[in-house]
Write a protein that binds this ligand. Sequence first.
Ligand SMILES: NC(=O)C1=CN([C@@H]2O[C@H](COP(=O)(O)OP(=O)(O)OC[C@H]3O[C@@H](n4cnc5c(N)ncnc54)[C@H](OP(=O)(O)O)[C@@H]3O)[C@@H](O)[C@H]2O)C=CC1
Ligand SMILES: O=C([O-])CC(=O)C(=O)O
Length: 276
Amino acid sequence: MSTSPATGPLTVGIGGFGAIGQKVAAALDSGSIEGLKLVAVSARDADKARANMAGFQTEVPVVSLGELADRADVVVECAPASVFAEVAVPAVERGRIFLPISVGALLRHDELVDRARRTGARIVVPTGALIGLDAVRAAAEGEISEVRLVTRKPPGGLAGAPYLVENNISVEGLNTAKKVFDGSARDGAAGFPANVNVAAALSLAGIGADATKLEIWADPQVTRNTHTITVEADSARFTMTIENVPTEENPKTGKITALSIIATLRRLGAPMTAGT
Ligand SMILES: NC(=O)C1=CN([C@@H]2O[C@H](COP(=O)(O)OP(=O)(O)OC[C@H]3O[C@@H](n4cnc5c(N)ncnc54)[C@H](OP(=O)(O)O)[C@@H]3O)[C@@H](O)[C@H]2O)C=CC1
Ligand SMILES: O=C([O-])CC(=O)C(=O)O
């Protein structure tokens, strides 16, 4: 049952119990996030999810993605992009705090932002596997002339992306880096729905999905997903790079992603926060 922040902890439901969801759930279960309490999770295979909760202090019910919004004040989405709407729409319609991590899918459902305005929901996009969105948001309060993201991934992490399949681009047997996409964050997020959520998050923090430039490289020299952002603004110029250690459970997903969600949740319940 959900409770208001004035009378008790904010209740949290987690949609998706894989590489990201399990780490976020474990942090909540450990009681280390002040003012927040795990109340439900969702997974495709409920028995597997219950087995993965065996070491938890408190087992919570495994429910459908749509039910999370009935049970929790805060709904965290960390499922495949293909089921994004199943968790996002009820969360926004019920006026919950909604944390999406399949951010590319949010670009394809931008009507949710308008709905949130009407229902009182808040959509809070974590930085995820990227870096520097605090500085991008601050710069966006002034004038930004350019935002560019260059993403380099091990070729295997990109294989099967719809853009590669549709354009007959092979990433097999590469000896040198190959640029496989050069365009807008919006087109990149559509063509690589499981690979460049970071580009979507960057565009939402800055100058939008059409103006944000994106290059994607299949690079046999990298073992980590590597993202470099460059921003040119009237307040500052900056370039930052992050090299993400892959999770064991899903090598496409960097370890820092779950930590970013945990840090975002911590802000919701904290008496003091630091950073923009
Ligand atoms: N914003 C960012 O920076 C980043 C975003 N991501 C994105 O985060 C998302 C999650 O990534 P990750 O945790 O690695 O993925 P995983 O594949 O490890 O986990 C996905 C989870 O979703 C569950 N799931 C699938 N279908 C359903 C359904 N119909 N109902 C309920 N649960 C379902 C799966 O259930 P089961 O376990 O039973 O199969 C699984 O637990 C992806 O979209 C990924 O692209 C990833 C990295 C960075
Ligand atoms: O770097 C990562 O861990 C994952 C990633 O690029 C994304 O999904 O945007």
